[in-house]
Design a protein. Structure first.
Length: 433
């Protein structure tokens, strides 16, 4: 059963935009029944001016709303003070509580659940002091989501954070090992990144559409065969990996959690394990919704670059998606306006498949260079097994048989070339023994 919500936002100057917070509220399962904004400096006690909070309380009474969602970072005292003005049954949540609520609803894997729990604990930790202060004043510390005060709670939180970090580190170590095994098997790792609802999952379906689920499972049984494509935020909370054939290279494509603006460091850090699939990729496709306004696209590109800036190791290709919704002149204007943030982008439609061929060619061009190798192999019982292995893990350019030897010219990842040389050395050793 959905609950009714009022969304509210304060900005220092200008006009407050409620589009994203309304989308977030709906993603959490609320029906938005009222909106309130204010342009003024932050009030230390109420976030908004006290008169605006009185107006907010009247709106809650008028609409019968169950919750007020504040699209700001609201301190625990401000949260308490706003709540004290509202009807007793009404709840106040800030932007980050709402996001954590959505994450909690979408966390279906063990890793995602641990990351949500870690984020919730990091959010709660600085509030322990406020709970203690309210408890000493004999006020209602459990009111409006602050939680009951418990002297040992702060230490409990720190202990739980340490435990979860150890569990996530162990998961991350296994995933890093898996990434390296995949690279050694000849796969390039490409990550889809971008703002939530940019169409990453739809694009992924286009790139992987020609490969059957059965083929996927035979090669990598741990791969998730599906990536949801829905018009809602945070459909992808964990990661979804599928195999995609871009031409000569074997690519594993990973769809990840969508970025959103104005996320605090502690929240991004809590999802580091999921974002590692972006940070440690061989190539990042940064997907942007080209049907949005130039200013929205700019803001979201900045958010994405900020998130990727410190840790990302791979080249980034910007993909302007949903071009089926934009006319050509408007698209060219947007490309010019955003050229500093998105140089030489690829324009596609994940929905219709427009320009997908151009994107796959660009993926191949931007991936790390393969190494060229020429091997002269003696014809032994195991030679054809090695030839087959090279075909599976690289791109064979020449294969010639001459009596009791085979000449094999191919391109592959350096790790694959190194392993092929070692296997060839073993063949030669057996031949000369």
């Amino acid at each position: 059963m959905s609950r009714d919500a009022i969304v509210a936002k304060r900005v220092d100057t200008g006009t407050a935009d409620l589009t994203e917070i309304c989308d977030l509220a709906r993603a959490a399962g609320y029906d938005v029944v009222g909106e309130l904004t204010q342009s003024r400096e932050e009030d230390a006690a109420y976030m908004f001016g006290e008169g605006k909070v009185d107006e907010l309380a009247a709106l809650v009474v008028e609409t019968g709303a169950d919750v007020v969602v504040v699209d700001n970072r609201v301190g625990p005292y401000q949260l308490y003070n706003i709540g004290s003005k509202l009807p007793d049954e009404a709840e106040v949540v800030d932007r980050f509580t709402l996001i954590l609520d959505i994450f909690g609803q979408r966390a279906h894997t063990k890793k995602a659940q641990l990351q949500v729990e870690l984020a919730e604990l990091r959010y709660e930790l600085p509030r322990a002091e406020a709970k203690a202060s309210l408890a000493k004043r004999d006020e209602r510390p459990g009111f409006m989501g602050l939680g009951e005060y418990d002297e040992s709670r702060e230490q409990d939180i720190k202990a739980q954070i340490a435990r979860i970090k150890r569990e996530l580190d162990a998961i991350a170590e296994k995933e890093e090992t898996r990434r390296e095994e995949r690279r050694e098997s000849g796969f390039d790792l490409v990550a889809l990144a971008g703002y939530t609802n940019a169409g990453k999952s739809t694009l992924m379906r286009q790139l992987a559409a020609d490969l059957s689920v059965d083929e996927n499972e035979d090669l990598h049984p741990d791969l998730d065969p599906t990536a949801e494509s829905e018009d809602r935020l945070f459909t992808t909370l964990g990661t979804t990996t599928r195999r995609a054939d871009t031409g000569t290279r074997d690519v594993l494509l990973t769809d990840t959690v969508g970025f959103i603006s104005n996320l605090p460091h502690w929240l991004v850090e809590s999802f580091k394990s999921t974002l590692d699939s972006v940070y440690r990729a061989d190539l990042v496709l940064l997907v942007v919704d080209a049907s949005e306004s130039t200013e929205e696209m700019r803001e979201k590109l900045v958010t994405c670059h900020d998130t990727l800036y410190e840790r990302n190791e791979a080249p980034i290709v910007t993909v302007l998606n949903k071009v089926d919704k934009v006319d050509e002149s408007e698209l060219e204007e947007k490309k010019r306006a955003l050229s500093a943030l998105a140089p030489n982008p690829v324009v596609v439609s994940g929905l219709t498949g427009e320009n997908i061929g151009e994107l796959t060619a660009r993926i191949e061009a931007e991936l790390p260079d393969w190494q060229h190798e020429r091997l002269l192999l003696p014809m032994t019982d195991d030679t054809m097994s090695l030839v087959s292995w090279v075909h599976d893990h690289g791109h064979v350019e020449r294969e010639e048989y001459d009596g009791d030897s085979v000449t094999l010219e191919f391109e592959a990842r350096p790790a694959v070339v190194e392993k092929a040389r070692a296997k060839a050395g073993d063949l030669a050793a057996v031949e000369s023994a």
